[in-house]
Design a protein around this ligand. Structure first.
Ligand code: CO
Length: 424
């Protein structure tokens, strides 16, 4: 994919995002590893492995041994509406709607009055196995209509959304029972009765745009966190070989706490580190102590209409470069901050800082959770954006390139620690 917006348009679900990275890795000569089989790795080899179709790890083995791991971790999922198993709601009148639930901490209002569709995966019974197929219904399929102001005069005075009632998308009028499943089956190329399981999510149909008086901004679905994933991935691909082993990690379920086999609170990344160390005859504890993790998940830019939500001296702006996140819910400490800052200096990339306003809790991310399984020096960063967890978010158009440059420098470096002294 030539640019971020093209990648986002081709990635309407986490499964599609992983598949798009996977294809790029194949084109770049990476070999697929399978978790359920043994691995034989060779110096100079390039590999990737997926878990659940929604998480992916890619890495290269340096030719002459390695000190430790240089890892970036971002997430593939975004807050959205998830389609429930028995999806069709019939009535009132002849309306047919879809039964959905909230996935993650979404902003509700942006999902209304805009064309939506469904994307994800289905599990299909074939002759000998159960097969995974990605689906994207490529049509304006659904809409969540607002109530007219004439009927809800309080709509502009702070409305409380009732998820079971307000956020239910409309599919059609007087449809035959099973119509939704038939649409999904047709898209998947199978019979409706052969679908044994589904993971389907609503997604907006509007493609991402670059806009502003000087094209300063990009707006699109899922910038949190696919902008960071895209930037880290291209830094990973562009980097030159060092004495560390570069790993690109894309994990799932960050928006619902990461507590899944394919999330940061699962063993996917730690399993990879163990298997690589075993295959290459490297002491695991020694390698991990010489390792560094960049946890990359988008950050909040100062809001033009509500600057008061930001801390007095931590006010990131779009197109100001990567943002280092500080605070008790982040893994960043002074040492990790210093290492990342030095790498950005090396790359000629500006760095900004974020800290919550002292009376606001803010969000959490991958860094601390990943550290509970694989403890290493870790910095939490992100790119500054507006409208986080809307279904159409806004970020700086130049920041993706800043992240690619910073991560190219990161993956081209090799990190070593000795009792509080760090070399890069
Ligand atoms: Co995020």
């Amino acid at each position: 994919m030539n640019n971020l917006l093209e990648f986002l348009a081709a990635s309407p679900s986490r499964f599609h995002a992983v598949e798009n990275f996977r294809k790029e890795l194949e084109a770049a000569g990476y070999t697929r590893l399978t978790e359920s089989k043994s691995w034989s790795l060779t110096p100079g080899g390039k590999y990737y492995v997926t878990r659940n179709g929604s998480a992916l790890l890619a890495f290269r083995v340096p030719k002459a041994g390695f000190a430790g791991f240089m890892i970036s971790a971002s997430h593939s999922d975004a807050p959205c509406l998830r389609v429930k198993e028995n999806a069709e709601l019939t009535g009132p009148e002849t309306y047919v709607r879809l039964n959905v639930e909230k996935y993650g901490g979404m902003l509700c209002a942006p999902w209304m009055d805009r064309p939506l569709t469904v994307a994800g995966r289905v599990l299909v019974q074939t002759e000998n196995a159960i097969e995974t197929r990605l689906v994207y219904v490529d049509k304006d399929l659904l809409m969540i209509p607002n109530v007219a102001i004439h009927m809800n005069r309080a709509a502009n005075d702070g409305y409380k959304y009732d998820l079971k009632c307000d956020m239910v998308p409309l599919l059609g009028l007087g449809l035959e029972k099973g119509s939704f499943r038939s649409i999904i089956a047709r898209t998947a190329g199978c019979a409706p009765e052969d679908i044994l399981g589904t993971d389907l999510f609503l997604c907006p149909r509007q493609r991402g745009v670059q806009w502003g008086a000087a094209d300063e901004f990009v707006s699109a679905p899922a910038l949190d966190d696919l902008q960071c994933a895209y930037g880290c991935f291209h830094g990973f691909l562009a980097a030159s070989e060092s004495e560390s082993l570069p790993v690109f990690a894309l994990l799932d379920n960050e928006e619902v706490g990461s507590l899944t086999k394919q999330g940061a609170d699962g063993t996917f990344l730690a399993d990879l580190v163990s298997r690589v160390c075993a295959a290459m005859g490297r002491d695991r504890a020694e390698a991990v102590a010489n390792s560094f993790l960049v946890s990359a998940d988008n950050a909040h830019a100062v809001h033009p209409n509500h600057p008061e939500y930001h801390d007095a001296t931590h006010r990131p702006v779009m197109n100001g470069g990567p943002v280092i996140k500080h605070g008790v819910r982040y893994a960043t400490d002074g040492a990790a901050q210093a290492v990342f800052t030095a790498l950005c200096k090396r790359a000629g990339v500006p760095v900004q800082h974020f800290s919550n306003r002292s009376d606001l809790a803010g969000g959490s991310t991958l860094g601390n959770i990943s550290n509970s399984h694989l403890s290493m020096n870790t910095v939490d960063i992100g790119l500054a954006q507006l409208a986080m967890h809307s279904c159409f978010e806004t970020a700086g158009a130049r920041d993706t390139d800043y992240l690619i440059q910073a991560m190219t420098a990161f993956y081209s470096a090799s990190f070593r620690e000795e009792n509080g002294t760090f070399t890069l």
